[in-house]
Design a protein around this ligand. Structure first.
Ligand SMILES: *Cc1c(COP(=O)(O)O)cnc(C)c1O
Length: 391
């Protein structure tokens, strides 16, 4: 099996499961209890907090553990609203865990401005400047896009929000553990993290909240997380997140260039060897593992199923679990037409991928594309009108 869907989730890094297991067995204690064995569990949770904080240049008391990226995004956005200011600014290419929160808030009487992006997926600071109003409560801009890999120049947005005194949140779920991500350089007030995108377990994440940032709690109940996020901690998950992130940070100096080179090689081979293909997303400032390609004349979904039969896991990026082929909102925002958007496939590379796997993929991909095009009425039309030149 060749797994090329690391933007969806990643396998646990070596050592992470072993670090977690004691907290699912002999160290089962509630970290809020007062006796000695529970205090040891509390200490382990706080060690993990220290790892997460230092990974992003934050202080430990600015890190709040959550159930993952979705909760962190929900909390950052909903918690920033105090009922007075009714306007939110975000972008057209957010993950659904931001986009659908904003859509929901629109139904609750809030107004949302969705910043457009250019052909590579970059939002424009001038558009943010123009969008901010006296009643803007929050700006939320994704740091690295999960579909097309574009990394936003967050500092430029931060300069604008700071000048207007508006809180800036960023969804950094695809960034943390993959490239250097520092809250002091980004100058954001809130930042979302998810463990399972960098070799940690699913169902655990964190929200960085800069000291002094006003934020209501999303979950009320016990006094966990310094009274900000109620609920008994996912101890084993938190320990796993700490172990995975510390490994990801340690390996980053070697892994970043290695995965970037794999990405560039795969991109080049597809564009060179398979005609009528285009790279979607940023040329520069792109996630190290993201390759998003539109294959003309075919459905990404059909190609995906073809690869699946050969034990290759990839993604279309478009959420079409319902069976209805809705083109991706991200690709549409980049200006692709329906055919290009529906013909897109995302390969997301990670720590376990190798050059041999790219060789293997290319052996399977070229004939699969050829086969599907041979069945494609669109391709047939193209050949008739273009005089037969082509693939
Ligand atoms: C995966 C992902 C999320 C959701 O995180 P979960 O931990 O799966 O809830 C949010 N934003 C981005 C950019 C993601 O890639």
């Amino acid at each position: 099996m060749i797994y090329l869907d690391n933007a969806a989730t990643t396998p646990l890094r070596p050592g992470v499961l072993e670090a977690m297991l004691p907290f699912l067995s002999e160290n089962f204690f509630n970290p809020s209890s007062v006796y000695a064995p529970a205090r040891k569990v509390r200490a382990a949770v706080d060690d993990a907090r220290g790892i997460v904080a230092s990974a992003i240049g934050a202080k430990p008391d600015e890190i709040f553990f959550t159930s993952g990226g979705t909760e962190s995004n929900n909390w950052a956005i909903k918690g920033a609203l105090n009922g007075e200011k009714k306007h939110i600014v975000t972008t057209a290419i957010e993950h659904h865990a931001v986009l659908f929160v904003c859509k929901h808030l629109e139904k609750c009487g809030f107004e949302v401005t969705y910043l457009p992006v250019d052909g590579e997926g970059f939002a424009n600071p001038a558009d943010l400047e123009a969008a901010i109003r006296p009643d803007t409560a929050l700006v939320s801009i994704i740091l690295a896009n999960n579909e097309v890999g574009t990394i936003q120049p967050i500092q430029q947005f931060a300069e604008i929000t700071a000048r207007h005194g508006v809180t800036l949140h960023t969804d950094a779920v695809q960034a943390v553990g993959h490239f250097a991500t520092d809250v002091n350089e980004l100058e954001v007030q809130m930042l979302s993290i998810s463990a399972h995108k960098f070799g940690g377990p699913k169902g655990v994440g964190a929200l960085f909240v800069k000291k002094g940032t006003p934020l209501f709690s999303l979950l009320q109940g016990g006094a966990q997380e310094r009274n900000r996020r109620a609920g008994t901690e996912n101890v084993a998950g938190i320990i796993g997140m700490g172990a995975a992130l510390s490994a990801a940070i340690e390996e980053m100096p070697a892994e970043f260039p290695r995965v970037t080179a794999l990405r560039d090689r795969l991109t080049r081979e597809i564009l060179d060897k398979i005609p009528h293909t285009r790279l979607n997303g940023a040329r520069e400032n792109r996630l190290p593992g993201n390759v998003n390609i539109s294959f003309r004349f075919i459905e990404g979904e059909s190609l995906l199923l073809h690869l699946d039969m050969q034990n290759i896991c990839a993604s279309t990026g478009s959420a079409c679990s319902s069976g209805a082929l809705e083109p991706s909102h991200v690709l549409m925002a980049l200006g692709l037409d329906h055919e290009q958007a529906n013909g897109a496939l995302r390969f997301s590379l990670g720590a376990q991928n190798t050059d041999e796997e790219i060789d293997e993929l290319m052996k399977i991909l070229s004939p699969a594309v050829k086969k599907l095009r041979a069945l494609s009425p669109l391709y047939d039309d193209y050949l008739k009108t273009s005089g037969g030149a082509g693939f």
